[in-house]
Design a protein around this ligand. Structure first.
Ligand code: MN
Length: 238
């Protein structure tokens, strides 16, 4: 549910392998200008869907693309990556991040809601505050807030996507164990997401299935069954 297909060194080759493997991808963009080219990678493959985004780490450089965001939104069933980033090197651009995030959320409300992959690094409290008035469906990607913030997000109806990178840390695995089983999906955040020092590829969600199987103490087949059921529910609500 969160992978930057267009940012792999050879996206066409990765897309071709996904077709062979039958991998589902929510192909995330970081700027509205990337939408057209990235959408082409999903041509003739119904298992790849492209999300329209403006990444909070790029908000200060790309806020002028909000107009393009609004133009493209009617044709985008999914949105992402949007959100806020309070981490080092980005917090100084907080004001413009907030402006971009609010603009996107307002446009999404006007467009009747969307499934939205949300970035909330060092910003969970503020992100959840902004999401209170959304008519979209938030899918919190790689959530790294506190337990209390996680509970708040669950109570607000948020969904979560997690992957091998998050699940291989103690804190990430602990948070994932607190997510209701029927709100969890997998992701890789590749090529940025890494596992054992290697960039994750979209089909590496298999690693996450193994990790979740350990966390839930149930067989992998049961995890896969639950995740597929979650996937169908989310997509049919979007
Ligand atoms: Mn990402």
């Amino acid at each position: 549910m969160h992978c930057h297909l267009d940012l792999y060194p050879d996206p066409h080759q990765v897309a071709a392998q996904c077709r062979l493997n039958g991998t589902y991808i929510l192909s995330i963009t970081t700027t509205p200008k990337a939408w057209a080219g990235t959408s082409k990678l999903a041509a003739n493959n119904s298992r790849i869907r492209t999300a329209l985004g403006l990444h909070p780490q790029l908000a200060h450089e790309r806020h002028s693309e909000l107009e393009l965001f609004d133009q493209l939104l009617p044709n985008a069933k999914y949105v992402g990556e949007i959100g806020l980033d309070g981490g080092k090197g980005f917090k100084e651009h907080w004001a413009v991040q907030l402006k971009v995030f609010r603009h996107a959320l307002t446009s999404i409300n006007r467009a009747g809601g969307r499934i939205m992959s949300i970035h909330s690094r060092v910003s969970a409290e503020a992100v959840l505050e902004e999401l209170k008035s959304t008519s979209g469906i938030p899918l919190l990607h790689w959530f790294s807030g506190t337990r209390r913030q996680l509970k708040q997000a669950v109570d607000m109806g948020c969904w979560f996507s997690t992957g091998p990178a998050m699940l291989s840390t103690k804190k990430g695995a602990e948070l994932a164990s607190l997510i209701p089983k029927n709100r969890l999906l997998t992701e890789t955040d590749g090529p940025f997401g890494k596992y054992q020092h290697k960039s994750l590829l979209p089909w590496d969600v298999d690693i996450a299935v193994k990790q979740i199987s350990n966390i839930w103490s149930v067989p992998e087949s049961e995890v896969t069954h639950q995740l597929m059921s979650n996937f169908r529910t989310l997509v049919s609500n979007g």
